[in-house]
Design a protein around this ligand. Structure first.
Ligand code: APR
Ligand code: PHB
Length: 394
């Protein structure tokens, strides 16, 4: 088989890249290790920045999200038992975010790819990438017991944190930066009405909590838990009563509990691999970086990586220019590190760290008090949360 581009991974990054390349007439095959059902079974954050919405509307995959997505112009910070609203729109000249589950973004991208009759090979196993630092890159994989080879011009590593592409780069050619947080997020999805119309981020001496949502009838809640906790040990009853203890009295009163339809514990890490390009191999999304979910940056970072990558590959395939692909890594990393910084900072501000002592809680509360009283303090949270402009710092 032959294709101009082989995309490894059919998560949001791979699917979005496939659609952007298709629109420009560049052919790309996607190889995905799992089944479509498995990919859609992943429950992930769903706060879309305007930049991400613009990319989705550019490829015409924004109809359902504008019908079903929830436009949010602010969120609450809860600390010392009181809620303080961060007025995103008022602090950023009208910018807002869209709450729309990542699963739904993936579903919409899958549907668009299928409607265009584009090739995605699901349950493609033992993927290997070859000669990406040479002149004849190729990708090998197994499907239904047969081994196949695709020769190509470029390989897009959209295969997430545990994928094969980054792992195939020689250690001498890549630098990895990592910070693992000493706690996890216990998440619950429930068919209950959200406790509040906007998100509530909670700093409590008992630990962080987050009240989010998927629709007016489906809620998503998180509790900071020790890394040693196992999800089996957390009954629904225990989850709801702990969440109530971390909320303010009004929210605790308003909270509607119900059976969890999904319950899991996820670790938190900050991770960046540099560079993001190795010859004809390009890493994008979680394959290249991971952020703690506090700032809801993961999907949005993946979207801008893929926008930069599609521009570069289109230029290389159509105009035969190398400029975009030569600039890809540095262009992405400037944005990646800004999002990593905000996600780390917000995580450090809102969570209870094992070694922080009582003074640590007091210092966090003092910082939160300053940030919510000072207009410039609130603005720094708001402008990072809605997403810094693509030309920031130019
Ligand atoms: N061969 C083929 N496919 C693979 C391989 C492999 N060796 N390894 C991983 N994959 C697939 C996974 O099954 C997954 O479907 O690559 C896909 C990677 O998707 P994601 O992990 O969702 O990463 P990405 O598409 O970059 O999306 C980033 O996902 O984790 C969240 O917060 C993150 O919102 C962000 C988004
Ligand atoms: C979610 O809805 O899953 C979500 C929202 C905001 C975050 C993290 C997760 O910061």
């Amino acid at each position: 088989m032959r294709s101009q581009v082989v995309i490894v991974g059919a998560g949001p990054s791979g699917l979005l890249l496939g659609q952007l390349l298709y629109r420009a007439g560049v052919d790309a095959i996607i190889l995905e290790r799992q089944s479509p059902e498995y990919v859609l079974g992943r429950i992930r954050a769903g706060v879309l920045e305007q930049v991400t919405l613009n990319i989705l509307s550019e490829i015409g995959v924004d109809e359902r999200l504008h019908k079903e997505g929830l436009v949010h112009t602010g969120f609450d910070l809860l600390f010392k038992g009181k809620r303080h609203r961060i007025d995103l729109a008022g602090l950023t000249g009208g910018q807002k975010v869209m709450v729309y589950g990542q699963t739904e973004v993936t579903r919409d991208l899958m549907a668009a790819r299928q409607a265009a009759g584009l090739k995605t090979i699901y349950e493609a196993t033992d993927v290997e990438i070859h000669d990406f630092d040479g002149k004849h890159p190729s990708v090998r994989f197994s499907k239904d017991g047969q081994r196949h080879t695709i020769t190509c011009d470029f390989i897009a590593g959209c295969d997430g944190f545990h994928g094969v592409c980054r792992a195939s780069v020689p250690k001498r050619s890549i630098k990895e930066y990592e910070k693992i947080y000493p706690f996890g997020w216990l998440g619950v999805l429930s068919d209950t009405p959200p406790v509040h119309e906007e998100l509530i981020y909670v700093n409590s001496s008992r630990g962080f909590a987050l009240c989010s949502q998927r629709s007016h009838t489906r809620s998503r809640y998180y509790l900071q838990v020790p890394l040693t906790d196992q999800v089996e040990k957390w009954s629904d009853t225990a989850f709801w009563s702990e969440l109530r203890l971390r909320l303010d009295p009004a929210a605790s009163e308003q909270l509607v509990s119900g059976p969890s339809i999904e319950k899991s514990i996820a670790p938190l890490r900050s991770f960046v691999a540099e560079p993001m390009r190795f010859g004809s191999l390009f890493l994008a999304g979680d394959a290249a970086h991971i952020v703690p979910p506090t700032g809801a940056k993961g999907l949005n970072l993946a979207a801008t990586d893929v926008k930069y990558l599609s521009d570069a590959l289109i230029e290389a395939c159509i105009e035969k220019s190398q400029a975009g692909i030569d600039h890809y890594s540095s262009r992405c990393l400037a944005r990646v590190w800004r999002a990593e910084r905000f996600s780390w900072w917000f995580t450090s501000l809102m969570h209870s760290f094992p070694d922080q002592g009582e003074i640590g809680q007091k210092l966090q509360e003092a910082e939160l008090e300053y940030l919510t009283i000072s207009p410039s303090g609130s603005r720094t949270i708001a402008e990072n949360y809605v997403g810094l402009p693509l030309n920031f710092g130019d």
